[in-house]
Design a protein around this ligand. Structure first.
Ligand code: GLN
Length: 537
């Protein structure tokens, strides 16, 4: 079939969950057997979110091909089990960069380079590029921001042109907000009407409206919106607040969103989407009542989205272990020798988070020492693994000032250090060790048992590495380097075999965990945490 292009726009306010709606549509279409991909356009000027502070942008997600991406790509993968790439996340900065590069090369043959047509053509090329691979029946493009923003205008103009060119092979799903005014006891449709008007002013008529709401939309409100927005009443669906984002695809299907989309694309829906595996995950989620209590030690704990993929991986692993995740954030800056026991003793397992820079690092060392000495299941991720190594060097190897050269460039024991090829890098964007690398695991190790394999591949995002020179000393002192890159021999996984479950990964296992394919390391960690909790709490 010809590739269909779905555009997902948002109106009224931000944070309505366009990413979740896009993911849910993709999930349903995939469950109907279609080949689907989702891309996100972000209207900011940064080339990618890799240089953005988590306070600005939440977690930075990493694709297999090493692109630092918007966290919505994490949702796309978790909901669809389909890998995204560099082509799935484009910013205004990248669009301008490639237009300016072409201008410098002389590709525009002396023409004046303008937003229309040059920027909009570049945007259109980025949309169609995915379709032209021939790999997809549906390309879903989520436009970041809110309709009416100055920043997203070129993207919406590109959508308008594409819709005109593609006809029935394209569709616009617009997500808006329907507020409930408690004093009047009424749902208000006016913001939705205005938002659709705004889209129409830009030449785009939405085909489907998804109304985000905290209260059920009445049939009357639905009819009113349909009438005033030129939309068929069946194509006005509600997205009501739910206890879990993973229920959204099911709620969308109950309102026939997948069928409506297919029909509007000229396809007659046949049968039902194959949602059995998804439903069995939801069944487990609903029936899990016993908690497993995991502490996440990090410095961005007050931010909801800073550790999104870790939160979701833990949630998936808890669900598959028939437990309800009780996730407690522990602010690493607040952990001291005095309060560490009080903060950590009720936990079944501890995760030490990734990160950059000195802030909060001492608290991570204190938490790790306590966890190791009390033999609590512990998973260190990236900087968390590096902290495991440093704490072990200081307190077991007796190297008092051991450190990472990231924190102390003059440390006498640089157990974590920069790779030679990183030393000359001054440009910060996209220059870390990024994306998926193969890792070979030692047979019989905890990691190998968890994965059920000795050959794995996981995604990275870091500059610093375990310093090879210290490897014999660690091995002799009981910290085993059980995972390494087969080509470079860089250490990727460490564990302390004498402990119940004490393991650190230089890579980020959380990026590859999805609803239908949870990451094995998280499954094993949560299983160990449950056993520890049963014995000790
Ligand atoms: N700051 C560390 C490094 O660059 C760890 C990065 C991370 O945790 N993602 O190596």
């Amino acid at each position: 079939m010809e590739t269909k292009y779905l555009f997902v726009t948002g109106g009224v306010v931000s944070s309505l969950g366009k990413g979740i709606i896009s993911s849910s549509i993709a999930c349903l279409l995939k469950a109907r057997g279609y080949r689907v991909t989702i891309q996100k356009f972000d209207p900011y000027i940064n080339i990618d979110p890799g240089t953005l502070n988590p306070y600005e942008h939440g977690e930075c997600y990493v694709t297999v091909d090493g692109h630092e991406a918007d966290l919505d790509l994490g949702h796309y993968e978790r909901f669809t089990n389909i890998r995204t790439t560099r082509a799935n996340n484009i910013t205004t900065g990248r669009i301008y960069q490639s237009v300016i590069d072409k201008e410098r090369r002389g590709d525009y043959l002396g023409k004046t380079v303008q937003i229309v047509p040059h920027i909009t053509d570049e945007i259109k090329r980025s949309v169609k590029k995915l379709g032209l691979t021939g790999d997809y029946d549906f390309v879903i493009t989520e436009i970041g921001g809110v309709v009416g923003d100055i920043e997203s205008l070129p993207f919406l103009e590109a959508v308008r042109q594409l819709r005109w060119e593609l006809g029935q092979n394209s569709l616009c799903v617009h997500l808006t907000y329907v507020p409930y005014i408690a004093a009047a006891k009424e749902l208000k449709t006016k913001p939705t009407q205005h938002s659709v008007k705004k889209l129409q002013e830009l030449g785009i008529q939405p085909d489907v409206l998804v109304l985000r709401t905290e209260h059920p939309i009445t049939p009357e409100a639905r009819r009113k919106i349909a009438l005033f927005c030129n939309i068929t009443p069946d194509a006005v669906v509600q997205s009501i607040d739910l206890p879990s984002i993973y229920e959204v695809p099911v709620k969308m299907h109950e309102q026939h969103l997948d069928e409506i989309i297919l029909r509007k694309c000229g396809i007659t829906p046949e049968g039902e989407p194959h949602m059995a595996p998804w439903m069995s995950f939801l069944d487990k989620m609903h029936s899990a009542t016993k908690p497993v209590t995991i502490g996440l030690v990090g410095k961005y704990v007050e931010l909801q989205d800073a550790y999104k993929s870790i939160d979701e991986s833990l949630f998936q692993a808890a669900t598959y272990n028939d437990r309800k995740l009780d996730l407690r954030y522990i602010h690493s800056e607040k952990v001291t020798e005095e309060n560490v026991g009080e903060l950590l003793s009720g936990l079944d397992g501890i995760v030490v988070a990734p990160g950059f820079g000195q802030r909060g690092i001492e608290g991570k060392f204190i938490a790790l020492k306590w966890a190791r000495e009390h033999d609590v299941p512990t998973l260190g991720i990236c900087l968390g693994m590096q902290c495991m190594v440093i704490e072990y060097a200081r307190n077991v190897l007796g190297l008092a000032d051991a450190n990472s050269t990231e924190m102390d460039p003059k440390t006498p024991h640089n157990v974590i250090d920069l790779m030679e090829e990183q030393k000359s890098i001054s440009n910060m964007g996209g220059t870390m060790r990024l994306g998926a690398y193969d890792c070979r695991l030692r047979p019989g190790s905890l990691a190998a048992k968890a994965y059920g394999s000795c050959e794995i591949s996981e995604r990275h995002r870091h500059r610093f590495e375990f310093n090879e020179e210290y490897r014999p000393a660690f091995e002799a002192a009981g910290m085993a380097c059980v995972g390494e890159n087969p080509l470079t021999h860089l250490v990727e996984v460490v564990e302390v075999p004498g402990k119940r479950w004490y393991l650190g990964t230089q890579y980020h296992p959380e990026y590859s965990s999805t609803v239908l394919s949870p990451n094995p390391l998280f499954l094993s960690f949560v299983d160990a945490a449950i056993n520890y909790g049963e014995e000790n709490h």
